[in-house]
Design a protein around this ligand. Structure first.
Ligand SMILES: [Zn+2]
Ligand SMILES: [Zn+2]
Length: 165
């Protein structure tokens, strides 16, 4: 995902659009190769300064924090980055040399920043049984659940007493 800016004169901008598979580090996604769509424009802001503004869409494959199953998670977010060719690198700019701007590091950084804090396959995910580890989304298990209503416990005891009489 590189942009050739050799012919981009001062004050001009050009449209950029990519749809490519990118290898993401393991921590990002279960499937290493992720299709990333990037679109936007790059502008020559003069004095060796270039501004990219656009949008990134990527579908990551994450493991659910509750049920541990992999699921697809769609990221869709805007990106704004400044690139500087000057020798005096500014803090808020990414530096580059020559006439090629590589957008891939920008994509990786932005995907990391936009990753969800908590990955959950769906709002209705029931997770795993605390006792047997069974995936409760697939079916119920036969474990006695811990939180039994104390009132019900008393009733149950009463029933058991009367049964024994
Ligand atoms: Zn889940
Ligand atoms: Zn269970």
């Amino acid at each position: 995902m590189t942009v050739d800016i050799e012919n981009l004169i001062d004050g001009e901008s050009k449209f950029v659009s990519f749809s490519e598979k990118i290898s993401l580090p393991d921590a990002y996604s279960v499937n290493g190769d992720v299709l990333v769509k990037l679109s936007g424009k790059i502008s020559n802001e003069k004095k060796g300064l270039f501004h990219f503004s656009g949008n990134i869409v990527a579908v990551l494959n994450l493991n659910c924090d509750l049920c541990l199953k992999p699921f697809n998670f769609k990221l869709d977010f805007p990106v704004n980055e400044l690139f500087s060719r000057s020798i005096h690198k500014k803090d808020d700019c990414l530096s580059f040399s020559g006439n090629i701007i590589n957008l891939e590091p920008v994509i990786l950084d932005n995907i990391l920043v936009n990753m969800p804090m908590k990955a959950v396959c769906s709002n209705n995910c029931k997770g795993l049984c605390e006792i047997c580890g069974h995936n409760l989304n697939e079916s119920d298990c036969r474990c006695e659940k811990e939180h039994i209503n104390p009132k019900f416990e008393k009733l149950k005891a009463l029933f058991e007493e009367s049964e024994n009489e």
